[in-house]
Unconditional design. Structure first.
Length: 707
């Protein structure tokens, strides 16, 4: 396979997967809006496009399977079938099977295995069973020809009858109905004028051109309309999908696909040119073709959609460039190294250079910072696409458990680093399934408690303090803290008789091996999952917490960094060690007031603020500076202070991962390289906030009430 063909095939796979996602969303929406014609049309177009484009690469298994799917969707669109729940279930399974065929046939270049082929055959058989009742209502598969001879045909020496006889040699005339509706009263009749018209059904015709050729000699004084049989609609739509190149106009698309003839287009263009358009109601060629009976409305709709996509494709070709994700990651890494090199140059300039060199390096660093921000924006994607995938999960898991659940999505346009989005999918999936299984009660229980029998699950995303917050909420029963504590004590996770706060009890849900499920099911009960969720989120430098109200529901709140590559940092020093705080977490810096020994509180403008000594936290040793400073940090609505020796200012931080040796060090999130070449550790603010709260809660830690 040539490189160009492989690139085209990769593009086809990407576009087809996007169309399958659109199909899934439309099918799920169809359950609530079964009379929505736009949904039905979108479903048909998606399947039709996948099938039509598969023909370009000779992907026969995809063509054969989607052809049957397309027939069902066409019957739905024509209202010969109703979108019943059983049919939607089958179509969702078909959507999954097409995705499998894309992977096997297009990506791997193989053929479906025996089990895959059998699954596809079973789905096609189920679709065919739905099609049989619809087929009995379809009209006969006939061409229809409408002929109106001009008044001067006889005067020009032409007899209409031979033309009609000759038409019978081109195709079988199934029915011919003469029309005399234009025949005037006898006293007004012109014996030399022709008033004849015919409506003709043909069987076995090869196309429009042979019919046009029959009437070629009287075409100028004839009104001729030719409509293909219903069976040709899908064929014409296939041809429309294959139209490409520089074709731009609707008429060109229809001629290229063989739907319209040159004579029909010329006639329609003349009508369009002689019509009187207005600003509010311009005369459209497509409307004329439908009104004049030259083309079926379904064909025009598909052609207009193809025209729009061709225009959009040309627009995308000029506005967008496909870039391999690895190349983008390499660019981010190079920008990160440039940030480090720029900081090093600035340090050397301040130490050894003059004013001109310092000014030049400052200008370079400003451009480096702008480059960094633009490069990071290249990797930012909206989280809405990830959220939409859970429509199917909520539907399928809810049905499996016998629960009717509505999914509400908010903040879909919130942007997040692509690498984070890719890695957050699995933790979100587990939280969603857990909320459906454990959180939301059965319909009868909800009704007994005065709730809407239909449960509600919500996905929400928003920015907060330089982080992105993702919430998975439900309106279920909430956490049963008494049961959680009892189960934890029974499993030896908590000492008997221990008194825990609500937050500490909630945190037990994330303990390894912990589960409150009464029995093992496909969804829960094995004690595996929530601890993995927490571990995966923390691997992204994030945190997860629970907010639960008994009887009203629970919200799992995930906080994640916007990016995993480069951040704005605040550089601080403790002794000879340098640390970096994420700048978005830093609220202010104040001088540490005098406090009694062991006290880890001080008064910050009337507010009692706990603080943590980084020197003691990391056992750095040495004597503290004569005047220490407090950096006030905030995360997830909690505030604390960090006692440091030096405040060294803002610093662009390129995040470097730590080795396994530092994996268990609490309070460290990563490392970076300073302009001097030294290594600075990036602090984990959430972990330090927890440590500060624990330090302040020691029995010997007494709040400082001195004003």
């Amino acid at each position: 396979m040539t490189l160009d063909l492989r690139q085209a095939l990769n593009t086809y796979v990407d576009e087809s997967l996007a169309l399958l996602d659109e199909m899934e969303a439309a099918l799920l929406a169809l359950e609530d809006r079964p009379d929505d014609d736009e949904l039905l049309a979108a479903l048909f177009r998606s399947a039709h496009t996948i099938k039509g484009s598969a023909g370009l690469f000779a992907l026969e298994p995809i063509i054969a399977f989607t052809h049957v799917v397309e027939n069902v969707l066409d019957a739905l669109r024509a209202r010969r079938l109703a979108p019943a729940a059983d049919l939607i279930n089958i179509l969702l399974a078909c959507r999954d099977h097409v995705a499998l065929l894309l992977e096997v046939c297009a990506v791997q270049g193989g053929l479906p295995g025996p089990e895959q082929a059998a699954a596809g055959a079973e789905l096609m058989a189920r679709l065919e069973r739905h099609l049989r009742p619809a087929a009995s209502t379809e009209a006969p598969d006939l061409w229809h020809v409408s002929v109106r001879f001009g008044r001067d045909v006889l005067r020009d020496g032409m007899d209409p009858v031979p033309f009609l006889r000759y038409l019978g040699t081109v195709a079988e005339i199934a029915q011919l109905s003469p029309l005399l509706d234009e025949l005037p009263p006898l006293e007004e009749l012109d014996p030399e004028a022709c008033y004849l018209g015919c409506e003709i059904d043909l069987r076995g015709c090869a196309g429009k051109e042979p019919i046009e050729e029959v009437f070629e000699f009287v075409r100028a004084s004839l009104r001729l309309r030719i409509l293909p049989p219903p069976s040709h609609l899908a064929r014409y739509m296939d041809r429309i999908e294959r139209v490409g190149g520089d074709v731009r106009r609707l008429g060109e698309i229809l001629i290229e696909a063989g739907v319209l003839t040159e004579a029909e287009l010329d006639e329609a263009l003349v009508m369009q040119g002689t019509a009187a358009p207005t600003a509010e109601d311009p005369v459209r060629l497509g409307s004329i073709l439908v009104q004049e009976g030259m083309v079926q409305p379904e064909i025009v709709d598909v052609a207009l959609d193809k025209q729009a996509r061709l225009r959009e494709q040309r627009g995308h070709e000029t506005q967008f460039v496909r870039v391999n994700a690895q190349k983008l990651d390499q660019l981010i890494n190079l920008v990160g190294e440039l940030v480090i090199a720029g900081a090093s140059a600035a340090t050397l300039a301040k130490r050894d250079g003059g004013g001109a060199l310092i000014e030049a390096t400052a200008m370079v660093n400003r451009y480096v910072e702008a480059l960094r921000e633009d490069a990071l924006r290249l990797r930012m994607v909206e989280i809405g696409e990830t959220f939409q995938r859970f429509q199917r999960v909520v539907r399928d898991v809810g049905r499996e458990l016998g629960k009717d659940i509505a999914l509400e999505i908010r903040g879909a346009d919130t942007e997040l680093d692509k690498a984070v989005v890719e890695k957050i999918g699995d933790p979100l999936l587990h939280l969603v399934r857990n909320a459906i299984d454990h959180g939301i009660e059965a319909a009868e229980q909800r009704a007994a408690r005065g709730k809407d029998p239909r449960g509600k699950l919500s996905l929400n995303a928003y920015h907060d303090s330089g982080c992105i917050v993702i919430e998975v909420g439900d309106d279920g029963a909430g956490l049963d803290r008494a049961r959680i504590l009892a189960k934890a004590q029974a499993q030896g996770l908590v000492a008997p008789g221990a008194v825990l706060t609500e937050r500490e009890i909630d945190a037990l849900v994330f303990a390894p091996g912990f589960s409150t499920a009464a029995q093992v099911t496909n969804l829960s009960g094995r004690g595996v999952g929530m601890d993995v969720v927490k571990r995966n989120i923390e691997a992204l430098r994030g945190s997860v917490e629970i907010d639960s109200v008994p009887g009203q529901g629970s919200t799992m709140r995930i906080r994640l960094p916007l990016t995993l590559a480069i951040i704005d940092g605040f550089l601080i020093g403790v002794g000879k060690a340098a640390f970096v705080l994420p700048l978005d977490c830093v609220l202010e810096c104040v001088e540490l007031p005098a406090t009694p020994p062991g006290v880890r509180y001080f008064d910050l403008r009337g507010q009692v603020l706990p603080y943590l000594s980084l020197r003691e936290q990391f056992a750095l040793g040495g004597a503290p500076a004569r005047r220490q400073n407090i950096v006030v940090v905030q995360h997830a609505g909690r505030k604390a202070g960090l006692a440091v020796d030096q405040l060294m200012g803002e610093f662009q931080t390129v995040i470097k991962p730590l080795g396994r040796m530092f994996a268990q060090v609490r309070g460290i999130a990563g490392s970076t390289i300073l302009g001097s070449g030294e290594v600075a550790l990036i602090l984990d603010v959430p972990a330090l906030l927890q440590a500060a709260a624990a330090e302040a809660d020691r029995p010997d830690a007494v709040p400082n009430n001195t004003n």
